[in-house]
Ligand binder design. Structure first.
Ligand SMILES: *[C@@H]1O[C@H](CO)[C@@H](O)[C@H](O)[C@H]1NC(C)=O
Ligand SMILES: *[C@@H]1O[C@H](CO)[C@@H](O)[C@H](O)[C@H]1NC(C)=O
Ligand SMILES: *[C@@H]1O[C@H](CO)[C@@H](O)[C@H](O)[C@H]1NC(C)=O
Ligand SMILES: *[C@@H]1O[C@H](CO)[C@@H](O)[C@H](O)[C@H]1NC(C)=O
Ligand SMILES: *[C@@H]1O[C@H](CO)[C@@H](O)[C@H](O)[C@H]1NC(C)=O
Length: 474
C-alpha cells in the first residue's frame, strides 16, 4: 500500500500546532528515522525514550518494533476533580506504564474548580492531554467547555499511531459550531468535515457533552446525547486502492488547545482558525492564558474486532506496515520502557551512570493531600532527543501531582540536567506555591468559570528556580 501523505491531517488541521514549529525528520517525503534514533513521533521527529511511546508511528520508525506496544483499552470514567482523580503525568515523566497515569501531558494543564484547564499562555503552543490507554473501537464522551477568540482552536480527537483520526474541533470565533472530521492514514483529504450546530448556549460558556461512538461499521458524533452526524464505513471504499478509508486502528483520546492562528502556520490554517491569534485577548488579560476546560471523559471500550490476530490482553502491537485493521495484534507484550534511553528494540536499556535511578516518592502534605512523585531516569549520555515536543523536550511541564520534582529529564538534545535531584520538600513547596493548583478553589465564588490566574507564569518561574536549586545541590 502506498501512503500518500502522513503530513496533512495532523500538521494542518488537527491536534497541536507543535507540528508547525518543529523540524520534521520522518514521514511522507522524508522517510524513516535512522537507527540511532529509531522512533518517529506523532509530529514527525526522530528520537528514543518517549518518542517510542504514544504517537510513535511504526510506518516511519526504523523497524516495526521500534515503537512500543500500546496499552489496551479499559473502560473508565475519568474525572478531574483534583490531581488524584485521573492522574496526569508530564511526557517528561511517563514511561509507558498506564497504571502510573491515565493521561500524559504536553504543555500546562491546571486543576481548579473541579475541572482540568488546558491552558495556552502567550507564545506557547498550548496543551495536549493524551490518554495513556488506546481504544480499538468504543464510545468516548468528553464533557467540556471550549476556549474562545480568533486563532484559538480547542479539540477532542481520537488519533492512532498510523494517523487514523476522528475529530471534534472548535474554532474560537464560532462558539455555535462543533466541527467534526475524520482522516484515514493521515491522508489530508479535507472533504470529510461536517458541522453540528450547538442549539443551546455556546461552546465556551456552557458545558456540553461530546460523544464519538466508533465501531468497525460507523462513526457517530453526538452532542448532549443527540446524534449530530453519522459516517458509515460502507461509504468509504476506494476501489482503486482496495482500501476502506475509514479509521480502523487503535487510537488515543486527545484533548487539546492550540494556536491555529499562529503566524508560522499555513494561511489556510490561520483562515480556518478565524485569523491571527491575539496574545492580548480577553481571557489572556484576565487570566494570563487562553483555556479550555474538561470536567469528565468516559471511555466505554468495545470488544476488539472478531477477526483480530492474537488474544493478548495487555497491548496492541503492529505486525506489518499496511497500517490497517489487520496490521494490529492483540498481544501481552510490555508497554513500558526502563528509562528514557530505551526503545522498542531495547526496552530494558538504562543509563550507565549508577546515579540515575527511578524513585517513587509518596508524601502527604499538611492538608492530607497525597502526592505521588515519580522520578524517572534522566538521560545522561546521549545526543538524541528523548521526549518529543517543541524544541524537543524543553522544559518539564510538571506532573500535576502536587509537586514539581526535578524540573525535567533533559532537553531537546538529550543533554542532561542531572534532573534526578530535588527533594520531597521542594516538590511540595512547588506544588503549593506554583501552578499546580489545589482542588478547592476559594477564590471567586463561581465554581464553574473562574480560571486560576497567572499561576502558570509563576509556576514556570518557581520551576526554573527549583531546577537551578536541584542542579546546584548535586
Ligand atoms: C463549518 O463551519 C465553519 C464555520 O465555523 C465553516 O467555515 C465551514 O465551512 C463549515 N463546514 C461545513 C462542512 O459546513
Ligand atoms: C483512492 O486510492 C488511489 C490510489 O491510492 C488514490 O490515488 C486516490 O486519491 C484515492 N481516492 C480517494 C477518493 O481517496
Ligand atoms: C478489517 O476490516 C475489514 C473491512 O471492514 C473486515 O472485513 C475485517 O473483518 C476487519 N478485520 C479486523 C481484524 O478487524
Ligand atoms: C458568577 O457567574 C454569574 C453568571 O455567569 C455572574 O453573573 C456573576 O457575576 C458571577 N459571580 C462572581 C462572583 O464572579
Ligand atoms: C457550583 O457547583 C455546584 C456543584 O457542581 C453547583 O450545584 C452550583 O450551581 C455551582 N455554583 C455556581 C455559582 O456555578
Amino acid at each position: 500500500m502506498v501512503r500518500l501523505s502522513a503530513l496533512g491531517a495532523t500538521a494542518l488541521l488537527a491536534s497541536t500546532a507543535a507540528a508547525n514549529l518543529i523540524t520534521r525528520e520522518c514521514g511522507e517525503g522524508l522517510g524513516k528515522c535512522p537507527s540511532n534514533k529509531p522512533c518517529c513521533s506523532q509530529y514527525g521527529q526522530c528520537g528514543i525514550g518517549a518518542y517510542c511511546l504514544g504517537g510513535c508511528d511504526p510506518t516511519w520508525s526504523t523497524t516495526v518494533k521500534s515503537c512500543m506496544p500500546a496499552p489496551q483499552c479499559q473502560s473508565k470514567t475519568y474525572k478531574f476533580t483534583d490531581s488524584r482523580s485521573s492522574p496526569i503525568l508530564s511526557n517528561t515523566k511517563y514511561l509507558g506504564d498506564p497504571s502510573k497515569a491515565d493521561w500524559v501531558s504536553d504543555g500546562q494543564p491546571l486543576f481548579a474548580n473541579g475541572v482540568v484547564y488546558l491552558t495556552m499562555a502567550p507564545d506557547t503552543v498550548g496543551t495536549v492531554l493524551s490518554s495513556t490507554r488506546y481504544v480499538w473501537y468504543g464510545k468516548i464522551t468528553a464533557r467540556m467547555r471550549t476556549s474562545r477568540g480568533a486563532g484559538v482552536v480547542s479539540a477532542f480527537i481520537m488519533m492512532s499511531d498510523v494517523k487514523d483520526e476522528i475529530d471534534y474541533e472548535w474554532v474560537g470565533v464560532d462558539l455555535k459550531t462543533s466541527q467534526t472530521n475524520y482522516y484515514w492514514n493521515g491522508i489530508p483529504d479535507y472533504t470529510h468535515s461536517g458541522n453540528i450546530t450547538v442549539d443551546q448556549g455556546n461552546t465556551y460558556s456552557d458545558w456540553h457533552t461530546y460523544t464519538i461512538d466508533w465501531t468497525p461499521e460507523s462513526i457517530t458524533w453526538s452532542v448532549n446525547g443527540q446524534v449530530g452526524r453519522v459516517k458509515k464505513r460502507s461509504d468509504t471504499y476506494n476501489a482503486t486502492s482496495g482500501n476502506w478509508e475509514f479509521p480502523q486502528t487503535p487510537s488515543r483520546v486527545q484533548l487539546s488547545l492550540w494556536p491555529g492562528g499562529l503566524a508560522s502556520n499555513g494561511q489556510g490554517t490561520i483562515d480556518w482558525a478565524g485569523g491571527p491569534i491575539k496574545w492580548d485577548g480577553e481571557d489572556v488579560q484576565k487570566n494570563g492564558y487562553y483555556y479550555a476546560q474538561v470536567s469528565e471523559v468516559t471511555v466505554e471500550c468495545y470488544n476488539p474486532p472478531g477477526g483480530a490476530s492474537g488474544n493478548g490482553k495487555t497491548s496492541y502491537r503492529y505486525a506489518d506496515l499496511k497500517a490497517v485493521n489487520t496490521s494490529v495484534i492483540l498481544s501481552n507484550d510490555r508497554t513500558d520502557l526502563a528509562s528514557f534511553l530505551a526503545t522498542g528494540e531495547d526496552p530494558e536499556k538504562e543509563p550507565a551512570a549508577p546515579s540515575s535511578v527511578t524513585k517513587t516518592i509518596i508524601s502527604t502534605d499538611a492538608a492530607g493531600k497525597a502526592t505521588t512523585v515519580i522520578d524517572t531516569v534522566a538521560p545522561t549520555d546521549t545526543n538524541v532527543g528523548t521526549v518529543p515536543g517543541l524544541n524537543g523536550a524543553g522544559f518539564d511541564s510538571g506532573d500535576l501531582s502536587g509537586g514539581r520534582h526535578n524540573g525535567g529529564s533533559g532537553d531537546a538534545n538529550g543533554a542532561s540536567n542531572g534532573g534526578t535531584g530535588g527533594t520531597g520538600t521542594n516538590a511540595n513547596k512547588a506544588g503549593t506555591t506554583g501552578w499546580s493548583q489545589s482542588d478547592q478553589s476559594t477564590a471567586g465564588g463561581n465554581n464553574s468559570s473562574d480560571a486560576p490566574r497567572l499561576f502558570l507564569l509563576w509556576g514556570n518561574l518557581v520551576a526554573m528556580l527549583l531546577v537551578g536549586a536541584a542542579m546546584t545541590t548535586l
